[in-house]
Design a protein around this ligand. Structure first.
Ligand code: SAH
Ligand code: SF4
Ligand code: F3S
Length: 436
């Protein structure tokens, strides 16, 4: 696949794993002379897709529609699609969208160099990953760098498409992870976020190998002023070793994203989550009791098939009872290949799902505000990420170690600095403070 102009644009949808994949794809493409370009200027356009909900999938098709129209109007562009929708729909995409030139799956990124040499329309989807090769990674500029440590999922929650799009869990070697972390730090990044569909399941596939606690421990020892974050934690894979390593580590941020999904035992069972409400609560309370200033955030699904009003209210109750600091929410969306997607006779009507989602969001808003309130009066470290100017004032924006967003006025600090900030006032989505 030759290109005259070699200008690449990637539209990245979905989770951080996709963001990280896009950085790897850009690195690989750079070996073929492709440089980053604006959407309107590029001659190779790739959409890196997400399939977690129908809405995410539709976003990809609407992007493709726009690009297809440009091609039809005579623009000389190549169009590619990758990511979770590609893995799910495979060659159907070539049939459905005649203007697509390249489809490649989540396992086929490292095959790109070979694919780019081939002629004609191409679909490369495998169920076994093409093994990782050493290429430059073109990371997004900024404070934070993504570092995938494990990919895939073995849990098969009944609503979720990820095990089908990302395959079985595969952990990278600790050596590779440390090497990549050192590269990241040498480029000046101040924060490394360790990624995994279930990041704390790291190492289960490595016989007698390191576990996630070891990854955290080893990275915490690296030289320099930086922060380590990690996401997402599967509730029952959070070990005492992980909790203690976060507690004792200097660089590991006190922030756990532990999706609960539902606050009702029958629904959790139907979802094939491997814990009940009591077990989940125990884990959250342990994290909260052991670690000072920690935040615990979660994900919830409203209107899973057959969920009754009482069962939904159990979820609302748990958000309050557990003093969660924030949660992502979504209305249940039936996904292809998944067991819940086949429970059509148990589907909850859209208007009820919508109302439950609204109620869920209101409960989360309240919980987030209450959580922020607890920080009023405290002095904590902020890592600065952005600067804004308002009414002739220079307002810096950054985050606490526990991931809460803070705004404060300053002429002293710059982006990338760590600043001690007195937190004066809480709002729902952030805290306002002053430098000390
Ligand atoms: N591995 C993580 C979650 C990854 S998927 C875990 O197990 O906790 C991210 C979130 O998307 C999930 O936590 C879930 O809340 C949401 N999600 C996944 N499938 C969904 C579906 N079919 N409908 C609505 N939300 C869904
Ligand atoms: Fe999806 Fe469940 Fe795996 Fe999370 S643990 S990625 S929700 S199947
Ligand atoms: Fe979406 Fe795939 Fe991530 S389905 S959430 S892009 S793993």
């Amino acid at each position: 696949m030759e290109s005259k102009n070699k200008k690449l644009y990637i539209e990245t949808l979905g989770c951080q794993m996709n963001k990280s994949d896009s950085e790897r794809i850009k690195g690989i493409m750079s070996h073929f002379g492709y440089i980053d370009a604006d959407e309107n200027d590029a001659d190779f356009l790739i959409v890196n897709t997400c399939s977690i909900r129908k809405l995410s999938e539709d976003k990809a098709y609407s992007k493709l529609g726009n690009w297809g129209a440009r091609k039809k109007a005579g623009e000389d562009i190549k169009i590619g699609i990758c990511g979770c929708v590609a893995q799910q729909e495979k060659e159907n995409l070539l049939k459905k969208f005649p203007y697509i030139d390249l489809v490649f799956g989540t396992h086929n990124i490292y095959e790109l160099p070979e694919l780019l040499k081939q002629e004609g329309r191409i679909c490369a989807i495998t169920n076994t990953p093409v093994s990782e090769k050493k290429f430059e990674i073109i990371r997004t500029k900024g404070i934070n760098a993504w570092l995938p440590v494990t990919e895939g999922c073995n849990n098969f929650c009944t609503y979720c498409v990820v095990p089908y799009t990302r395959g079985r869990e595969r952990s990278r070697s600790l050596d590779n992870i440390i090497k990549e972390a050192k590269e990241i730090l040498s480029k000046g990044y101040k924060e490394i976020t360790l990624l995994g569909q279930n990041v704390d399941s790291y190492g289960k596939d490595l016989k007698n190998g390191p576990d996630f606690g070891d990854v955290l421990y080893e990275l915490d020892k690296l030289e320099g002023d930086f922060r380590i974050r990690f996401t997402t934690s599967y509730p029952t894979d959070i070990t005492d070793k992980v909790i203690n390593t976060v507690k004792n580590g200097k660089k590991i941020c006190e922030c756990f994203h532990i999706p609960m999904q539902s606050g009702n035992d029958r629904i959790l069972k139907m979802m094939n989550r491997r814990y009940n409400v009591e077990e989940y609560s125990k884990i959250v309370k342990k994290v909260q009791n052991e670690i000072e200033n920690v935040t615990v955030t979660s994900d919830f699904i409203a209107g899973f098939p057959s969920e009754t009003e009482e069962e939904f209210q159990d979820t609302i109750k748990m958000i309050k009872e557990l003093s969660l600091d924030y949660a992502n929410t979504a209305a249940y969306s039936p996904r292809p290949n998944t067991p819940a997607g086949k429970m059509t006779d148990k589907f909850i009507p859209d208007d009820i799902k919508k109302r439950r989602l609204f109620e869920l969001n209101e409960a989360i808003k309240e919980a987030t505000f209450n959580s922020n309130k607890k920080y009023e009066g405290k002095i904590l470290e902020v890592l600065i990420e952005k600067e804004n100017f308002k009414d002739n004032k220079r307002i810096l924006e950054g985050r606490l170690r526990n991931n809460k967003v803070v705004h404060f006025e300053s002429n002293r600090y710059n982006i990338g600095d760590f600043a001690a900030v007195k937190l004066n006032r809480a709002s729902t989505w952030c805290l306002f403070g002053e430098e000390i």
